[in-house]
Design a protein around this ligand. Sequence first.
Ligand code: PLP
Length: 253
Amino acid sequence: MPTLLVISGLDPTGGAGLLADARVAAEHQVRAVGVITASTVQDTSGVRSVLPLPAEHVGEALAALLGDVEVDAVKIGMLGDVRIAQVIARALAATSAPVVWDPVFQASRGAALLEGDIEGAAAALLPEARLVTPNLEEAGRLTGRTLASLEDMRAAAEALVGRGAAAALIKGGHLPGDRSPDVLLDGKTATVLDASRVATGPVHGTGCVLSSAIAARLAHGDTLVEAARAAKHYLWQKLATAIAIGRGARCLV
Ligand code: PLP
């Protein structure tokens, strides 16, 4: 069974963060090992506060794990703060496994998931990333643009590849209309991954589920396009069967 390293925040509801990543891994027949970056106070209605762990502790946890366990892919989610991004980037020197970075800065309802220096986090992690997976707003914050079309998404992907990511997947889930197209740029090759929009009420953790599913497929040896297509289909199915465990947003896994 391949091994996926998840580096994520802890969402106690399990709708996002490390618990969700571990469930996605299990559903892909991948063993999850993991290091948390931050503890959060949240329920299914939103994130109330965030406590990043000391960066040195995160660095030591990663060094101990990667010194011992061989991993086949890495998924990075919530970072907490920029120093944690920097220690993660250093720790990744111990592995050549493909890294998927989901650059979450803000919970859909609630607190910031990365305080302050987004530029610093991007400078540290884009060069490590086999793939970076921003939504429209995150891609806008990373590139200083407003994204409203497939052309804008392609241009943002080019900018992120220009800054060191091997590939970028710009997620179009927040585009208007009844489709939800994503733009995948792998080096110089662009692919549009299209799907119908699934009508859901509020759901939680979509970005975590998609990026973990891509990383799990990469751990199995899929090409990036295969992994992104399979993960998008997996997310689509999860959106259609989301589970209410509390009074707020539904969970996908
Ligand atoms: N909590 C943690 C630990 C997360 O990693 C994330 C997203 O990545 C969230 C909360 C927010 O999830 P959402 O924006 O889907 O509510």
